[in-house]
Ligand binder design. Structure first.
Ligand code: SRM
Ligand code: SF4
Length: 512
């Protein structure tokens, strides 16, 4: 029997609400059909939030996390119009979400987005999510391939240039794509349903650049899986059609009965890789050569914070640390100003929820470094803050079990008063097992749960250790379950001393 979401999609395609928005506004959000309100609006990026009824969240698409200053200003103004309710977030897919949106403003907001070439279409539910890619594309002196136009072409194919594309609006489940042109696996390729990773073709003596393909990576509350090789190699020119072919196979054959078993990996499991590969080739209409024997993502993962030279002589990029990705309208106006004043009107986002301002000339660096916003969003944050990532948590998320973002920042601040570190420790928080904060990629990861303390239910976490990113990335494993959040500080002090060479700060004495 079809599950509830399949029935909703069959009754009316999610994208159909695009044509009904004016009518919905006229009626008022309280009178929108429940299925449209809570589900189908996500096809155009509008998320009903149970914690703030009437104040909606808008999830954009920012392919590869690259924005112009003009686009950032439009987003800032949308948030400013939300007044006290306006809250912005940089997401774990190099994307932006805006909160506090009045439904009545949606038509005006969509017009403003269109004018600067932005869209929120197909950013939620059973669609292809924001495409992640190297945030330093075109800047990185060591990059292998500048992926910018490729990423845009893939997004345009999937969304019909941002207008919406019914061909891919009824997938069995969400679908994540990453395209890496760098050496440091800056996108966490291994946790995507489809990832292109740089690799030179084996048989060609001239070493033609292309990509090996990984498929089936995903996190869910019931299962997590690392992407596995399709054993295929593609040239950059083939990437768009390969994406299209794999999406068609997933759309037409993906399992739809149980939503906990619908991601691409479940189809690969059901068919076996040989059949899946053959179906993709049949859909493509030609065979792809086998994968190149090794990929080129062999560097440790960079976090892109600080000031670094670009491949263009005399130009630098500045990576600003944005604690847990949370930003205000005022911050966003400032980012746009900085990008215009010091750079070339461009900004970039990372999967660590941070921000990059590229193209700063060396002559402008001294005055850039005096900017007061760098106190709030530093180039060199403290070692624990540096690797902190957090999902939305119960402040806004409909599925959350615990609060995350504020808790994450407070805990790190406390730990820094107690411990001295030799190296950054990457801590990733998720407010529930859906794992949006990618807890399995952290050195330490938390997944929110209900725990017990003195016989009473309290907020708690399951603790993960051992996530490795970059070259030969591996997922962390659960080492402790149901630790009450109020006990977390001392649990972490112990973990960091035992596993991460942390030592007590001078004068700090721990009772044993
Ligand atoms: Fe996520 C659902 C937020 C990245 C796995 N995710 C949700 C919802 C939409 C639930 C809801 O309706 O409240 C959350 C919206 C909360 C809100 O108000 O912000 C939500 N997910 C997020 C974001 C904003 C977390 C963040 O703070 O950065 C990320 C938005 C990315 C984007 O820009 O599109 C986000 N979500 C992820 C990731 C990480 C990634 O993509 O690398 C994952 C795990 C990777 C994956 O999907 O394989 C992830 N989110 C989920 C799942 C579990 C999917 C599954 O197959 O079971 C759900 C629940 C679902 O889809 O049923 C979910
Ligand atoms: Fe919400 Fe859970 Fe995702 Fe966090 S991990 S944003 S709490 S669904």
């Amino acid at each position: 029997m079809a599950n509830k979401i399949e029935m909703i999609k069959t009754a009316k395609d999610g994208l159909a609400v695009r044509e009904e928005l004016e009518e919905f506004v006229r009626r008022g959000w309280e009178h929108i059909d429940r299925e449209d309100l809570e589900h189908r609006l996500k096809w155009v990026g509008i998320f009903f939030r149970k914690s703030t009824p009437g104040k909606f969240m808008l999830r954009l698409r920012v392919p590869q996390g690259i924005l112009t200053a003009a686009q950032m200003q439009v987003l800032a103004q949308i948030l400013a119009d939300c007044e006290a309710d306006g809250v912005g977030d940089i997401t774990t897919r190099q994307n932006i979400q805006l909160r506090g949106i009045d439904f009545a403003n949606i038509p005006h907001i969509f017009q403003a987005l269109e004018q600067v070439g932005l869209t929120s279409v197909q950013s939620g539910m059973d669609n292809v999510r924001n495409i992640t890619s190297s945030p330093l594309a075109g800047l990185d002196p060591d990059e292998l391939y500048d992926t910018r136009s490729l990423v845009q072409e893939v997004q345009d194919m999937i969304t019909n240039g941002g207008k919406g594309n019914p061909e891919f609006t009824n997938l069995p489940r969400k679908f994540n794509i990453a395209i890496n042109g760098c050496r440091d696996n800056s996108t966490h390729a291994e946790i995507n349903d489809l990832a292109f990773i740089p690799a030179y073709e084996q048989s060609n003596p001239n070493l033609t650049f292309g990509f090996n393909i990984l498929v089936g990576g995903f996190f869910s509350s019931k299962r997590v899986a690392t992407a596995i090789p399709l054993d295929a190699w593609v040239t950059p020119a083939q990437v768009v059609e390969v994406c299209r072919a794999i999406l068609r196979v997933f759309r037409d054959h993906g399992l739809r009965e149980n939503r906990q078993q619908s991601r691409l990996m479940w189809l690969i499991d059901a068919w076996g890789m040989a059949k899946f590969r053959a179906e993709v080739m049949a859909q493509l209409g030609y065979d792809l050569p086998p994968a190149a024997p090794q990929d080129e993502m062999r560097w440790p993962k960079q976090d892109h914070l600080g000031l670094h030279p670009q491949k263009q002589s005399g130009l630098y990029y500045a990576g600003l640390h944005i604690p847990v990705g949370r930003i205000s309208a005022e911050d966003m106006f400032e980012f746009a100003r900085l990008a215009n004043q010091y750079g070339q009107g461009e900004l970039r986002l990372t999967v660590e929820q941070n921000l990059i301002i590229p193209h700063i000339t060396d002559a402008k660096i001294p005055s850039f470094l005096q900017e007061s916003i760098l106190q709030k969003f530093p180039l060199q944050p403290t070692l624990l803050m540096r690797g902190l990532v957090s999902c939305t948590g119960n402040q806004f998320c409909n599925l959350a079990i615990i609060e995350t973002k504020n808790r994450a920042v407070d805990l790190v601040s406390e730990l820094e008063t107690l411990l001295q570190l030799k190296q950054p420790i990457r801590i990733h928080w998720s407010g529930c097992p859906n794992s949006c904060g990618q807890p399995q990629v952290g050195d330490i990861g938390f997944i929110g749960c209900k725990a017990k303390k003195n016989g009473k239910p309290v907020d708690g976490v399951d603790i993960y250790l051992g996530g490795k990113v970059g070259h030969e990335a591996t997922l962390g494993n659960c080492v402790r379950k149901g630790v009450p959040c109020e006990d977390l500080k001392w649990t972490l002090v112990d973990l960091m001393i035992r596993h991460f060479e942390a030592i007590p700060r001078p004068g700090v004495i721990f009772e044993s």
